[in-house]
Design a protein around this ligand. Structure first.
Ligand code: ADP
Length: 761
């Protein structure tokens, strides 16, 4: 289970006050003790009074029994009356009855029954016991008095002998009068009358005497009855009870008052303690308790005060620690934020303003001033401020302060790079610039710190701050130096960035300028190129016609149409024809290239059997190969699928490659052509020769226009257009061309064409 929180402890709990508990507890004890004691006292008193009543009854009856012996024998009613009157004088005696031996009442005296609601007896309502008592005594004579108790308004309740009845105080409880009838037979003892003597003096002995005298020889003279009432006893007991009740209440009242006083003495300090504890728990440590008693509660108050003081001291210490930690955290945060600001601002003014405001907001500097140093002009200017009212700030920002070796603080800052902690401004007032001093006074600055802004070995300006109204500390100076160093670097960076930006702008302008020129040059080149293509096309066309004519005429002459030719003539004409052929090929190549570049190349795709096409090419070039002493062959191949493409263009591609192979292979060499199908969709043709080969560095360039190897045999050189045209034609089919060659050993040219029905070409 979680321990109760402070808030739970503060919630008022429904409670019965300690004082109430105390009073109730003590009252219950007092009531219990008083009631017990009262009951005991009343009971004892009742016992005592009952005993006294019984003694009175016994004494009276015994006296009467003794004194009435002879008057009864003599039936001297006068004496009997006198005796009975004597007995009736006793307050407790209610009636006296004297009966002769036959049961005839000789004397009957009664004070009467109690009147209803009053204590007075009504003489005209005599009160007598049951006659049955006399009858039974005459029938069964008893020397011991027979005591019969009965209620004045009812029958007898029981009869008993002289022993103490258990119900003596019944009347007291139910408040009804009880009558005790003492009856004894009066007889003449055979042995001696003297036995009755001590009856009046010693009851116990008398009783014993009576017991001993209960002899059968006695003669009964009559019966004497005395009735005693417990009414007086009840009244007395009632008085006692009321007194006791009164005293008990008095004691209880006194007890409650005493308890309340005692409880207050204990509880009031506890209440104060609780109130103070509540305030302490709410954070008010200024309260304390005044010990009012010199007991445990007083001791508790003293201890509580000590505890509160300890908590207050600790709280103050913690608050001080927290303040210090917060200050440090703020400084660290500021440093971090300064770093971020520096990283995110490349605009110098924005950067400086952000940094200064951060320092005022987070570190608690009151005013900040930063000025940049211009070494060329020898002054500080461009002031940046924070925490300074706008009107003053605008004045300060317009300041330009000349820095000279005059012992001023500025000189030390900017020439020697010294930082200062000035605890008392008056001590340096003479070293401050007279233009800036009034502003410092106006701001109420009494102490400040300042540090130079350094970057590498250069001093870029200074930064100053104050914590008015507090005095600046070494800690403030250390922080300012750290910030100044960072800001110094940042200023450097910002300046470098500004330069870079300027450079960038210049560069961009230059690039734009050059691009413009290049575009114009390009345009001119394109125009020239178009002119060239047109020129090449026209010239080629124009050259082809005379070439055809020259070739026809030369062939006619070789055929002997112009007469028999000498060997010399035949030789020259043969050379003319070969060169005309070469020139025609070059012109054709030029025409093809200009068509390709102009995008005017026709392309009519059909399905072509590659082996058949290669056989045709071999047939056309076989004479040339034979003439050069070369072996030209197609390697056997199987199930080569048809390819799709322009038959003439494919033929031109193959012719170019085989022609080159023948050209660049010395006599007795081999030119071998093979066909393979590659991954279903492509047919690959390889033209391999055992010629001079191509150097590695030329492998990438041989497909470029007008490229001719500087190393190849001179007589084999053409216009350098064959492979460029070949590559363009292969590209037109969607195929690829590449070469593998070893210098001095031969070359292998590979081309691919799409298999017919696969959507290429
Ligand atoms: P040309 O019409 O001059 O032959 P090409 O474009 O056909 O021009 O060839 C360019 C160059 O490639 C040639 O000058 C030659 O150096 C090289 N070349 C072409 N084919 C072969 C080959 N089979 N063996 C060696 N060199 C070759």
């Amino acid at each position: 289970m979680m321990p109760p929180g402070i808030d739970e402890l503060r919630t008022p709990i429904r409670m019965t006050s300690l004082r109430t508990k105390f009073i109730v507890f003590i009252s219950v004890i007092i009531i219990a003790v008083c009631s017990g004691l009262s009951w005991y006292v009343v009971n004892q008193q009742a016992q005592f009074m009952a005993e006294s009543l019984r003694s009175t009854g016994l004494r009276t009856i015994k006296n009467l029994a003794y004194n009435t012996r002879f008057p009864l024998i003599a039936k001297d009613t006068l004496s009997l009356e006198r005796l009975s009157d004597g007995a009736m004088n006793a307050e407790e005696v209610v009636y006296v009855i004297m009966t002769d031996s036959k049961g005839t009442p000789l004397v009957s005296k009664s004070k009467g029954a109690l009147g209803t609601g009053s204590q007075a007896r009504m003489i005209n309502a005599p009160l007598y016991p049951d006659e049955q008592i006399v009858q039974s005594l005459l029938a069964d004579p008893q020397n011991d008095p027979v005591i019969t108790a009965f209620k004045s308004k009812g029958q007898s309740t029981s009869s008993f002998r002289t022993s103490s009845p258990p119900w003596w105080n019944v009347g007291f409880i139910d408040q009804t009068e009880l009558l005790y009838d003492f009856a004894v037979t009066v007889d003449r003892r055979a042995a001696s009358d003297s036995l009755l003597g001590p009856l009046a003096l010693e009851e116990q002995e008398d009783v014993g005497g009576l017991e001993r005298s209960a002899q059968p020889q006695s003669t009964i003279h009559g019966v004497v009855q005395v009735g005693v009432s417990n009414e007086t006893m009840i009244q007395q007991l009632n008085d006692i009870v009321w007194n006791i009740v009164l005293i008990t209440f008095l004691i209880i009242a006194l007890g409650i008052v005493a308890t309340t006083l005692l409880a207050n003495r204990i509880i009031n300090p506890l209440r104060s303690l609780a109130d103070v504890a509540k305030k302490v728990s709410a954070g008010d440590f200024s309260v304390s308790l005044e010990p009012t008693t010199r007991d445990e509660v007083g001791q508790l108050s003293i201890t509580f005060n000590t505890m509160t003081k300890a908590i207050r001291d600790r709280e103050q210490a913690i608050s001080a620690q927290v303040a210090t930690i917060t200050k440090h955290a703020n400084k660290l945060t500021t440093l971090n934020q300064t770093g971020s600001a520096i990283a995110s601002h490349l605009d110098l003014n924005a950067l400086l303003s952000t940094v200064l405001h951060l320092l005022v907001e987070k570190v608690g500097f009151t005013h900040m001033l930063l000025m940049l140093y211009d070494p060329e002009r020898g002054l500080v200017h461009q002031a940046q401020t924070a925490g300074i009212p706008d009107e003053l700030a605008s004045h300060i920002q317009s300041l330009e302060i000349l820095i000279q070796e005059d012992g001023s603080l500025h000189a030390d800052l900017l020439f020697r790079g010294e930082a200062f902690l000035i605890p008392e401004i008056q001590t340096v007032s003479a070293r401050l610039d007279p233009r800036i001093f009034p502003y410092i006074m106006q701001l109420g600055v009494t102490s400040f710190v300042c540090a130079p802004l350094k970057s590498q070995q250069n001093i870029l300006g200074f930064i100053a701050a104050d914590s008015t109204p507090e005095i600046c500390t070494q800690e403030d100076l250390d922080l300012l130096i750290t910030i100044a160093n960072t800001v110094g670097v940042a200023i450097d960076n910002a300046k470098a960035y500004q330069q870079l930006e300027q450079l960038n702008i210049t560069l961009e302008e230059r690039v734009d300028e050059r691009t413009q020129k290049l575009t114009e040059a390009n345009e001119k080149l394109r125009e020239l190129d178009q002119l060239k293509s047109a020129f090449v096309s026209i010239v080629s066309h124009e050259l082809r016609t005379p070439m055809t004519s020259v070739k026809g005429l030369v062939e006619n002459m070789l055929d002997g149409l112009t007469g028999e030719l000498t060997d010399r003539q035949t030789f020259y004409l043969t050379r003319v024809r070969a060169n005309v052929d070469r020139l025609t090929r070059m012109i054709n190549d030029l025409l093809d290239l200009s068509r390709i570049e102009a995008g005017r190349m026709d392309f009519t795709p059909v399905s072509v059997s590659m082996p058949e096409l290669i056989k045709e090419v071999i047939e056309n070039l076989q004479a040339m190969a034979t003439e050069r002493g070369l072996s030209l062959a197609l390697a056997p191949s199987q199930n080569v699928p048809l390819v799709r493409g322009d038959r003439d263009k494919m033929s031109q591609v193959l012719t170019n490659l085989v022609h080159n192979a023948i050209k660049f292979t010395p006599p007795c060499g081999l030119v071998n052509i093979s066909i393979v199908q590659k991954v279903d969709q492509w047919v690959e043709v390889c033209v391999a020769d055992t010629g001079c080969g191509i150097p590695d560095e030329e492998l990438q360039t041989i497909f470029e226009r007008f490229y001719r190897s500087p190393t190849g045999p001179l007589e084999s050189k053409g216009a350098g257009l064959g492979l460029a045209i070949t590559k363009n034609l292969v590209d037109l089919h969607g195929g690829q061309i590449w070469v593998a060659s070893t210098e001095g050993k031969g070359s292998k040219f590979f081309i691919t064409f799409p298999v017919a029905g696969h959507g290429y070409g």
